[in-house]
Design a protein around this ligand. Structure first.
Ligand code: NAD
Length: 358
């Protein structure tokens, strides 16, 4: 039965980069036998403009029915003064929570062809290939109670709650274990168990899961402050990292920046049945929107992740990754990854080159 893919271009450069990724999907469908159907819907600021809400019911319905979702990016200055409840980002958060996309996969890969783009020395980062698994629907970003209250003495106090129940820790630990098995069988669980009881439980549950069901995977633990230091000191020591929502938010951006090229990095957010939403890690880049300058490779590589994690087509994922490698080998570069001696191309030409390489 053919798989249904929902395309959500979003705002800013979203429509431009998604157009190129859709070309790649269409090529796999037409020339390589990928059995898919594609639908398209509005999300973010574009949805607010058309329907008064960043996640209209019609879009949510299509998202629920889809096997996988490809999202461009949302947001932009135009919508910044809106009430927080209808800002474009709410569309994204709504999709994550409504679809229970609890596992966020953020690879940080440094293509050898782009080693010069990192701020770290090439020998420290060349060949870097880390997968950060971030818990996405729990922890301090969602914990109750939360808010800002006024104390009896008139002083205001802000408060949030860091909370994880055993099943939430178990399921994210399993995602990390399963992924590590397909890689180098090493998982580093990051917590702050010396200070936070909640992450003491995180360490306890993670250890139990791996002892029971992943004895073939080497599990280690690291405090988050040390993990931040190690990521910039010797990032290649890591294979898979698994961590809480907030620690993962920060560490995955840090890891992404090790590669120096925000336009190259894909991500996936998965539910318990491997249904997923796939998107580049960058935002809607309003500063370059509509100019044909955006790098579409992060979005195209998000399609590769979709094929691997939701559509069970690892060979087709490899086809895309090889095609991206080929265009980099051929010296094609969008402005964000341009360097001397290379050939600068725009969004569309980069997409066409990947399609040609396929
Ligand atoms: P951004 O990621 O959009 O841009 C940061 C810088 O990177 C900009 O200079 C931009 O031009 C550049 N850049 C980003 N993607 C690029 C690409 N594919 N090719 C070339 N250059 C690229 O972050 P920002 O400027 O902080 O945010 C802009 C808007 O995006 C805001 O409204 C923000 O809320 C939103 N945002 C959305 C998401 C998302 O949809 N997942 C994520 C982050 C930010």
């Amino acid at each position: 039965m053919s798989k249904n893919i929902l395309i959500l271009p979003g705002d800013g450069i979203g429509p431009e980069i998604v157009t190129e990724a859709v070309k790649v999907l269409a090529t796999l469908r037409d020339n390589h036998g990928l059995d898919i159907e594609m639908d398209e819907a509005l999300v973010g600021g574009a949805a607010y403009d058309a329907a008064g809400h960043p996640l209209p019911e019609a879009t949510l319905e299509l998202a629920r029915e889809a096997d996988a979702i490809l999202l461009g990016a949302v947001g932009g200055t135009k919508w910044e003064s809106l009430d927080i409840s209808v800002r474009p980002e709410k569309g994204l958060l709504g999709l994550r929570s409504e679809l229970e996309l609890f596992a966020n996969l953020r690879p940080a890969i440094l293509y050898p062809q782009l080693a010069g783009a990192s701020t770290l020395k090439p020998e420290v980062v060349s060949g870097l290939d880390i997968m950060i698994v971030r818990e996405l629907t729990g922890g301090i970003y969602f914990g109750q109670p939360r808010g800002i209250r006024e104390l009896d003495n008139g002083i205001k106090q802000g408060f949030n709650t860091l909370v994880y129940a055993e099943p939430e820790i178990e399921r994210i630990a399993r995602v990390a274990g399963d992924i590590a098995r397909k890689r180098n069988s090493r998982v580093c669980s990051v917590d702050k168990a010396n200070v936070l009881e909640c992450t003491e439980l995180w360490r306890e549950v993670t250890t139990a899961v791996f002892e029971k069901d992943y004895s073939d995977v080497a599990l280690s633990h690291m405090y988050v402050d040390n993990a931040a230091m190690q990521l910039v000191k010797a990032p290649k020591q890591f294979d898979v990292m698994v961590t809480t929502n907030m620690f993962g938010d920060i560490l995955s951006d840090c890891a992404a920046m090790l590669t120096g090229s925000i336009g190259m990095l894909p991500s996936a957010s998965l539910d318990a049945n491997s249904k997923g939403m796939y998107e580049p890690i960058h935002g809607s880049a309003p500063d370059i929107a509509g100019q044909g300058l955006a790098n579409p490779l992060a979005t195209i590589l998000s399609v590769a992740m979709m094929l691997r994690y939701s559509l069970d087509e690892p060979k087709m994922a490899e086809l895309i990754e090889n095609a991206v490698n080929k265009v980099l080998d051929d010296g094609l570069r969008t402005p964000d990854i341009m360097s001397e001696g290379m050939k600068q191309v725009g969004t569309e030409a980069m997409g066409d080159a990947v399609v040609a390489a396929l």
